[in-house]
Design a protein around this ligand. Structure first.
Ligand code: NDP
Length: 481
């Protein structure tokens, strides 16, 4: 059994009340450790440590903060293999993916904000003719809360923590209760890197209790949250009467729009990836594939052939493409959508069944699944499934494709495959999403604004947007004679 602890005031501590939750390895479907089920009192202790650290940390020079963030990044890279194995065991994703994507990106998050904070500046406005000059201070908020989901555990946890502490805040953070392991290991890394005690505090536990206590805390003045739309709406309701600053990165139902004039082979290869990477559990996955009708039949045939080659299996094996889903509960949810598809008249073109993996018979494995749907109004096209399930349907005109793409409550990202510049610009301007990829998917530049419109979120992360979120602008107006 691997028991983990909270990280409060630079120390690894047990929860006050001594309550724990089971932690599962989804690849085998067995409990392999326990995690603190932290109470309000634990969150209060974390808050107190953060509040005590704030005056000193917010006055630490940018060079010093930057140096520590670089050190954290270096240590993550030094422990890359170890962290990747831990991430895979907690989440079910292939180790190879964690090595290639999750852990390097967690290191990049610290590296990026270590650099960005030294370049961050604020505005000055001269009031010409009035003998006055304004300058804006960008001051850290104080103690902030960071709450992250289970799909990209260390990757998304650090995407919030790095800008928060770079900007001079102190943090109370909670990773998903389903995947707490690498967050726990991050606490140890922060100590090794010399992060002063109390700057980062990590409390583990259920969203409905531990997470709720963070959001409800009257002195935690900003909440950066990534997770489901329903949880985001709840957090917004709790935070609003306290006038907290909130950043919400929520669900998606992203269209992948394919035109006949695209670079077909590149599109096909990327579409397999954008459909099923991380078992389809990425908020950016292109879960609705829309294909121009003159290549629809060809695409269908080629796509099925490619997807059939994906290997579902043991996340530890090098040639595994699709590992286990994160939990039994999540597997059941995803499967329930496959049942709905059948009731709604959808046609399962490939997959749809759970997979039994040798020596891992109780793991949560599902085939990559392709479902042909007749219309955009069906549940499968309107609700986020967040698993290895994509829908496909055809369209005839640009107008129809655009309508189909936009007629959902979500607005996170969209991908368009075309070599027509005019079409590219028309879609780029009219797609109701925060991110549009053209002839690529998930190509990330950490300087760019990241986030969604409609029910996919409020605010943007990334680059200076994140540093703006984690600071309070204060304008100073000086009148002179
Ligand atoms: P949830 O909304 O269930 O949970 C996200 C986090 O919030 C977890 O740490 C959870 O804790 C916590 N939480 C739950 N209830 C509360 C509460 N009342 N108060 C405070 N915190 C709470 O999302 P999932 O973990 O299931 O993640 C999947 C979702 O995340 C998908 O919808 C996906 O699209 C979205 N997502 C969005 C991204 C984006 O950038 N837009 C990126 C990645 C994922 P616990 O786990 O203990 O319940």
């Amino acid at each position: 059994m691997l028991n983990i602890k909270n990280y409060i005031n630079g120390k690894l501590v047990a929860p006050e009340a001594g309550n724990y939750l089971d932690n599962y390895n989804p690849a085998v479907g067995e409990i392999y450790g326990q995690i603190p089920n932290s109470s309000k009192e634990d969150v209060q202790k974390a808050y107190q440590a953060a509040a005590k650290a704030f005056p000193s940390w917010s006055n630490t020079t940018l060079e010093e903060r930057s140096k520590i963030l670089y050190k954290i990044s270096d240590l993550i890279l030094e422990k890359l293999d170890f962290l990747a194995v831990a991430e895979s065991k907690d989440n079910g994703k292939p180790i190879a993916l964690a090595k290639q994507v999750d852990i390097p990106r967690a290191a990049s998050n610290f590296q990026f904000f270590a650099n960005a904070i030294t370049q961050f500046s604020s505005e000055a406005h001269e009031s010409v003719g009035l003998n006055a000059v304004n300058f804006t201070l960008r001051q850290p908020i104080g103690v902030v809360g960071c709450i992250s989901p289970w799909n990209l555990p260390l990757y998304l946890f650090t995407w919030k923590i790095a800008p928060a502490i770079a900007a001079g805040n102190c943090v109370v953070a909670k990773p998903s209760e389903v995947t707490p392991m690498t967050a726990y290991l991050l606490g140890k890394i922060c100590n090794e890197a010399g992060l002063p005690k109390g700057v980062l505090n990590i409390v583990h536990g259920l969203g409905s209790t531990t997470g709720q206590a963070i959001v409800e805390h009257p002195n935690i003045k900003a909440i950066s949250f990534t997770g489901g739309t329903k949880t985001g709406a709840h957090i917004a309701r709790v935070a609003a009467p306290m006038f907290k600053k909130i950043s919400l990165e929520l669900g998606g139902k992203n269209p992948n729009i394919i035109f006949a004039d695209c670079d077909y082979e590149k599109m096909l290869e990327t579409t397999v990836h954008s459909s099923f990477a991380n078992q389809g559990q990425i908020c950016l996955c292109g879960s609705r594939i829309l294909v121009e009708d003159n290549i629809y039949e060809k695409f269908k045939e080629d796509f099925i052939k490619k997807v059939a080659q994906l290997r579902v299996g043991n996340p530890s094996e090098k040639d595994t493409n699709i590992g286990a889903l994160v939990s039994k509960q999540h597997l059941e949810k995803v499967k329930s959508y496959i049942d709905i598809a059948e009731k709604e008249g959808g046609k399962i073109l490939f997959g749809g069944e759970t997979v039994t993996v040798t020596d891992r018979e109780n793991g949560y494995y599902l085939q990559p699944t392709i479902i042909e749907v007749k219309d955009n109004e069906c549940k499968l096209n309107q609700e986020e499934i967040f698993g290895p399930v994509v829908t496909i349907m055809s369209f005839k005109t640009d107008e129809e494709a655009l309508t189909l793409a936009n007629e959902v409550k979500y607005g996170l990202s969209a991908t368009i495959w075309t070599n027509n510049l005019n079409r590219t610009m028309q879609f780029a301007k009219q797609l109701q999403t925060g991110i549009v990829w053209v002839n690529t998917w998930m190509l990330r530049d950490l300087r760019t604004p990241f986030g969604g419109t409609k029910e996919s979120g409020v605010g943007r992360e990334g680059g200076f947007e994140a540093l703006r979120f984690f600071t309070e602008p204060k304008n100073i107006c000086i009148k002179y004679e």
